[in-house]
Write a protein that binds this ligand. Structure first.
Ligand SMILES: C[S@@+](CC[C@H](N)C(=O)[O-])C[C@H]1O[C@@H](n2cnc3c(N)ncnc32)[C@H](O)[C@@H]1O
Length: 185
């Protein structure tokens, strides 16, 4: 079964992406702790309402930066409202990307693409651009939903990443997910 159905998760149901129940079985800090260090610049591609972006911003501290990028202005708006007036506001740059162009000029130490690549129409193009955004020796964390993305489809995604200059570092265990961490050579 080919699961690349390219349906973008609507902002109207963004509540399912950031709530106490999800936080109970997927803890952003625990998942990303081995890869996020203070002072890093991190791209959260397909950030949605910022379930990961806000925690990453705490982890990188005041000397770090998070670029939270999404296709949907409504998702960015939800994240903007969440961080407004908090110390995280200065650490998170909101960026609206296009369907097949990320379009940022910064280079990042780590990019995460959590539950988003299966929604992208041309993953080859996106992974190719990610390879130009992630610094040499930087990392790319990809996670896809276990139920929506078959092992075959996930392996295909990994293969595209490998063809774009990434190597596999590890396959972390993330509840209800297929995940891989890659390093940019
Ligand atoms: C299922 S949500 C996951 C959100 C977040 N990463 C999380 O795990 O909570 C997928 C997000 O990817 C975004 N998205 C889909 N296609 C995209 C694309 N081509 N470029 C950037 N973002 C995209 C959607 O707008 C949506 O916010």
């Amino acid at each position: 079964m080919n699961i690349r159905y390219n349906r973008v998760c609507p902002a109207a149901i963004s509540g399912i992406l950031d709530n106490r129940i999800r936080r109970w079985f997927q803890k952003p800090r625990e998942i990303l702790e081995p890869y996020v260090k203070e002072g890093m610049t991190v791209l959260d591609l397909g950030c949605g309402p910022g379930f990961f972006s806000t925690e990453i911003a705490r982890m990188v501290g005041s000397s770090g930066l998070v670029i939270a990028s999404d296709l949907q202005e409504e998702m960015l708006h939800k994240l903007r409202k969440k961080i407004q007036g908090t110390e995280l506001e200065g650490r998170i740059v909101l960026h609206k990307c296009k369907e097949d162009v990320i379009g940022i000029s910064e280079k990042v130490d780590l990019a995460i693409a959590f539950y988003m690549l299966h929604e992208v129409p041309n993953p080859e193009k996106t992974l190719n651009e990610l390879a130009s955004i992630v610094k040499g020796n930087g990392f790319l964390f990809i996670a896809e939903p276990y139920l929506h993305v078959s092992p075959k489809s996930f392996n295909k995604t990994i293969k595209i990443a490998l063809n774009n200059g990434f190597t596999i570092v590890e396959r972390p265990k993330v509840f209800l997910s297929r995940a891989v961490v890659l390093k940019k050579d």
